[in-house]
Design a protein around this ligand. Sequence first.
Ligand code: GLN
Length: 264
Amino acid sequence: MIVRRAEQQIAALLEPVAGEDARLEASFLLRASGFHSPYQELSETDRIALKPLIERRLSGEPLQYVLGEWEFYGLPFYVNESVLIPRPDTETIVETALKLLKEEKRDVLDLCCGSGCIGIVLAVCGNANVTSADLSGDALELTERNARRNGVAVTTVQSDLFDGVEGTFDLIVSNPPYLSKEEMDARDRSLRFEPEIALYGGPDGLDFYRRIANEYRRYLKPGGTLLLEIGATQGDAVAALFEHSECIPDYGGRPRVIKVKNDD
Ligand code: GLN
C-alpha cells in the first residue's frame, strides 16, 4: 500500500477523535514514522508499527504526545505526559519578552518551565542567558533535551517556585498552573492526559500568582520585568495582586499576560 492510501485509511480510523483534522493528523503520524512521500510503499511491518500510535490517539491521547514532539514558535520541542503541550496562547508572553530583550544578553528566569519552551525560545531568538526552574524532575530532563535539540544551553533548577532559585534576573517569565477547581472538573478529555500539577492553580486558580506576588521582588534586578501568562478571565484578579501592572491581550483580544515592572 502507498502512503497516500494509508493516509486515507488512517484518517477514516481517526475521524471519531480527530473530526475534521483526521486527514492532517494521519499525515502527521505518517511523517513522524518516516513516511514523507505520498507514493512511498508501506510494508506489512510498517503498517503493524503504526497500529499502536493509531490506538493511542483513538484512546483520546492528544496527537502531540503520540508524536512525542510539537512545534512552538517555529522550533521543535519534545513533549510527553510530564509537561503541558506548548500552546499558541503562550506566544503572547514570548513575543512580549522578546520585545524587552532586544540586543544585549539578559539574565532570564523561566519559572514553571515544563517542556522548557518559553525559556528556550528566548535563548534562541532573544540571546538570553536562561535559567529554567520546575518542581518536576521529569520536566527538567525534557527541558535539557529540548535545549540541546535547539542548540542552546540553559541552566535547570529543581525548585518549588522560587524556593531553589538563586540570583537575580532582568526578566522573569512564567506560565504557572492557573486552572480553577471548577475548570479542572469541567476539563475535556484531551486535557485529562496533561499533568494536573501543571494545570491546577488551586480552588480559584490564583494560588501561584499569590505566591509569586509575595516573592518575586527578591529575584528581580532593579528595572527588571515580571511577565505572567494568565487565563482569559483572570486579568483583573491577577493585576490586583501587584502594585503597578499592565495587562497585555493575545491576538484574539483576550487578557493573556500580566506585565509588572520593578521600579525600586
Ligand atoms: N492555557 C492552559 C489551558 O487553558 C492552561 C495552562 C496553565 O494552567 N498554565 O488549558
